[in-house]
Design a protein around this ligand. Structure first.
Ligand code: CA2
Length: 149
């Protein structure tokens, strides 16, 4: 089982700025944590981070036929990008949305998620643990257990 983990704009700054909102762990810490999760769960993970909307669309398209599912934190593009929503719908791979912070308790402009409309489930406010939950959700879904409801 192969999953693609996508992180959107500014998440390359994790741990370097705003630790009160996003925690102290860096993007590299997140990927190390998830590599261990992948080993424990027998899931092969690939990582992609970009600050560019089109590059994220390209990565989603490239996942078609190569990956079994997508975990995505589109960051600010969550709230603006119909292109990312369309790409997720186009490839029709099972996808799960993750946000490190509790987006539902933040500004009004963060209350719409376009990407989330193409996702099985959203985890928010759990920090790095949300990504682990997303991997487990996709693993169950792909095994036919469908625990995402
Ligand atoms: O909570 C999340 O994971 C978000 O996707 C993070 C996005 C934000 O626009 C979403 O509404 C919620 C922002 C990512 C910015 O990442 C930074 C990391 C460190 C320092 C500054 C920004």
């Amino acid at each position: 089982m192969k999953l693609l983990i996508i992180n959107g704009p500014n998440l390359n700054l994790l741990g370097l700025r705003e630790p009160g909102i996003y925690g102290k762990g860096t993007l590299s810490d997140l990927e190390d944590f998830l590599r261990k999760v992948g080993e424990e769960e027998g899931v092969e993970l690939s990582f992609f981070q970009s600050n560019h909307e089109g590059a994220i669309v390209d990565a989603i398209q490239a996942a078609y036929g190569a990956m079994d599912g997508i975990v995505i934190n589109p960051a600010a593009y969550t709230h603006t990008s119909i292109a990312i929503l369309d790409a997720l719908k186009a490839v029709s791979l099972p996808a799960v949305e993750v946000h490190i912070s509790q987006v539902s308790e933040r500004e009004p402009f963060r209350q719409v998620s376009y990407a989330g409309m193409a996702c099985l489930k959203t985890y928010m406010g759990l920090g790095f643990e949300g990504y682990r939950q997303a991997i487990l959700c996709l693993k169950d879904h792909l095994a036919g257990k469908g625990a995402e409801a």
